[in-house]
Write a protein that binds this ligand. Sequence first.
Ligand code: NAD
Length: 354
Amino acid sequence: MKDISKMKNLKFGLIGCGRISAKHFEAFRQIKNAQIIACCDIIQAKARQAAREFDIPRTYSNYLEMLEKEILDAVIICTPSGLHPEMGVTAANRKINVVTEKPMAIDLESADKLINTCENNDVKLFVVKQNRLNPPVQLLKRAIDKGRFGRIFSANATVRWSRPQSYYDQAEWRGTWKYDGGAFMNQASHYFDLIQWLIGPVESVMAITATLNHDIETEDEGAGIIKFINGAIGVVEVTMNIFPRNLEGSITVMGENGTVKVGGIAVNKIQNWEFKDYDDDDKLVESTAAEPISVYGSGHLGYLQNVVDVLRHNAEPGTDGRSGKKSLEIILAMYQSARLGKRIFLSDNNQQRG
Ligand SMILES: NC(=O)c1ccc[n+]([C@@H]2O[C@H](COP(=O)([O-])OP(=O)(O)OC[C@H]3O[C@@H](n4cnc5c(N)ncnc54)[C@H](O)[C@@H]3O)[C@@H](O)[C@H]2O)c1
């Protein structure tokens, strides 16, 4: 990685000025000595609108031109999911660090190409997994790391949300296999990430998926079973068909000496916290609850601050490419299981924590 620790300002470029980009622009208002100096959208009016709203100096409609003309330390990719790897590879080949929105890719071949290109060019790859930073999730992770659960027997991730057809109709990439994936790959991907990050390496999965209530190619409903290497069994339940609004986004961990449910609409409050033995963390349960402004939560600021700290050699990446790939591999294995009606075993990448 090029030595940028002594530079005063880190310069970022952002590609894709759609819904999630606002979280990035807003976060950079609060991050010191780092700036988004250019933004790009294939629809130039969207780039200009973002530039006006967030004071971004320059706009582009072609990301290659932005990479050519700007001197960037890192690029943030907020385009449709299927475009992330190609854009990341292009940036990495220009020695620009890469921050990609989740999912990093929607197939393993291009995810590997992105990881390898970043490594070969000695640039960092960050995959945005901001839900890991939700305060209740952090508290749960700490309880697991302290061994408070004893043996973990089972875990559950539930995503009971509502997406009207108009949500899918607002952009052509949504609900397609080529650029998006379904409810597992898009809306629930953080929950697949959390369950593996919390419980540990995954041995195998099984799933059933269906498209029940929307005119889209991909699934809007599904359920999966996970067998973890440590013997625990996980259940993931995902639907975009809840009447009339989002009901729940939760993770539950059930062990020998403890039971915790982090729920709310999007893993934003602790709904059950019981352990055999007392720990001072028990006093923090109430204070972690937060009403999220949206299901995206408020983790982008912390996530991007970590990116800046890593680029200044002051921190380890919150989620790097290899860690970001784990949930992708689990989701793709579930899709394969649903297609073939078979249990699918995962590769070595998922045998390590991260
Ligand atoms: N971290 C999270 O919680 C979270 C939340 C929402 C979305 N996302 C991810 O962010 C990505 C974008 O989602 P969104 O909801 O913002 O979508 P969106 O459709 O609102 O925005 C995508 C933008 O990319 C632009 N674009 C498309 N092709 C382009 C190209 N070739 N060059 C430049 N710009 C291009 C589009 O014009 C659009 O403005 C997706 O991968 C999604 O999974 C992550």
